[in-house]
Design a protein around this ligand. Structure first.
Ligand code: PLP
Length: 385
């Protein structure tokens, strides 16, 4: 199926690979296919390309390149930060996180609970915000790590990471943030943030799926999660995915140069979308408060099933989402909206629109032309109305 005519409004799920990124990968798949750890000259260029990409990725987050470890995805980065902190501090068996994290964290923490660790899932309010007092009182002497996402993938709501990092620091506890949805949308400077660990995933940045990174602050106690060869300075075993790492580097460069556009053009398209929806569809309510990402809008439509709306939108060539892609297809209500206390009737009719720099006013106007009739049709056929 041609994707040229798609109106793609699901950039928090994944992004289309940028042509410059594909271009940057090709030499790694053709000429520079050697194993970067080998001793002969075929290894020199792949090894150099990895280091060049590490520098670009480090620049995106204001880090020194020595503190970047490439991983296979954002999920691995999150799992690694938490497990690494627990293994490095064996007497500490408690983790603090929130009830609205991505399943890469929630499910891993539930797995930890089954393995005998204790986890506190902090609650959020209707805006999606946490209470600092809850965080302060959740931290215990045996807390190994606090892991709190920066931007929520479903609502775009931002947690105040600098303040959270300061609370963790004053309690002597390690702090990890999942910044997967922030990269490329807002500036990141790990030194100002004061985090110990930070996760990114390149497929949210116009690079391929299957490549992520973990920033590890100098001097923090950490133990590798994937153990094997001495790759990534012994911090992550496994022969490097050179082409994907190079793609990440290129995508990081592009993302850095596009942050301004995300915050002007993309933000104004998102605002146009919301204004249009609220003007044309009654009973539509935004889920989540401010501050939030410039590209994300999560809206509840009373009296419809989100999955049915997605199917009808898809028939029109419009891609949106009912929450995180990893839970699409499940009829369970979104754990994020549930934790926020969004009423079930609104939650089950909630759609997420997440925009990117390739979107145009025409895309938004096309959605605004199609969506009101879809919502009306579903409301008319709903047994509840
Ligand atoms: N964290 C957040 C906030 C995400 O949105 C995602 C992906 O949707 C992930 C982690 C997982 O990243 P990956 O798909 O690279 O494993």
């Amino acid at each position: 199926m041609s994707t040229d005519k798609l109106v793609y409004l699901d950039h928090n799920a994944t992004t289309r690979i940028a042509p410059e990124v594909i271009e940057s990968m090709l030499p790694c798949l053709t000429n520079h296919w050697g194993n970067p750890s080998s001793a002969y000259s075929l290894a020199i260029e792949p090894a150099r390309l990895i280091e060049e990409a590490r520098e670009s990725a480090a620049r995106l987050i204001g880090s020194d390149k020595r503190h970047i470890v490439f991983t296979s995805c954002g999920t691995e980065s999150n799992n690694t930060a938490i497990q690494g902190a627990l293994t490095a501090n064996p007497t500490k068996r408690h983790v603090v996180t929130t009830a609205v994290e991505h399943s890469a964290n929630i499910k891993f923490c539930q797995h930890l609970e089954k393995s005998g660790y204790e986890v506190t899932f902090l609650p959020v309010d209707l805006d999606g915000a946490i209470d600092f007092c809850d965080l302060q009182s959740a931290i215990r002497k045996d807390t190994a790590i606090v892991s709190i996402m920066w931007a929520n993938n479903e609502t775009g709501v931002l947690f105040p990471i600098e303040e959270i990092a300061a609370i963790c620091r004053s309690n002597g506890v390690l702090f990890h943030t999942d910044a997967v949805q922030v990269a490329g949308k807002l500036p990141i400077d790990v030194k100002n943030l004061g985090v110990d660990f930070l996760s990114l995933s390149a497929h949210k940045l116009r690079a391929p799926k299957g490549i992520g990174l973990l920033y590890i602050k100098s001097g923090v106690s950490f133990y590798p999660y994937i153990i094997g060869g001495g790759q990534e300075r012994g911090l992550r075993g496994g022969t490097e995915n050179v082409a994907n790492i190079v793609a990440f580097g290129k995508a990081a460069e592009l993302a850095l140069s596009n942050i301004e556009t995300e915050n002007t053009q993309v933000r104004s398209l998102r605002d146009r979308l919301e204004k249009g929806i609220f003007q044309s569809i009654g009973g539509a309510i935004r889920n989540g408060g401010e501050p939030r990402l410039p590209n994300t809008s999560n809206i509840g439509f009373q009296g419809i099933e989100a999955e049915a709306a997605l199917l009808l939108l898809d028939r029109e060539g419009i891609c949106a989402s009912s929450g995180s892609a990893c839970t699409t297809g499940s009829i369970e209500p979104s754990h994020v909206l549930q934790a926020m206390g969004v009423p079930a009737a609104r939650s089950k009719g909630s759609l997420r629109f997440s925009l990117g720099i390739e979107n145009t006013e025409r895309d938004i106007d096309f959605l605004l032309k199609k969506l009101p009739a879809i919502v009306e049709r579903l409301r008319d056929s709903s047994p509840e109305t």
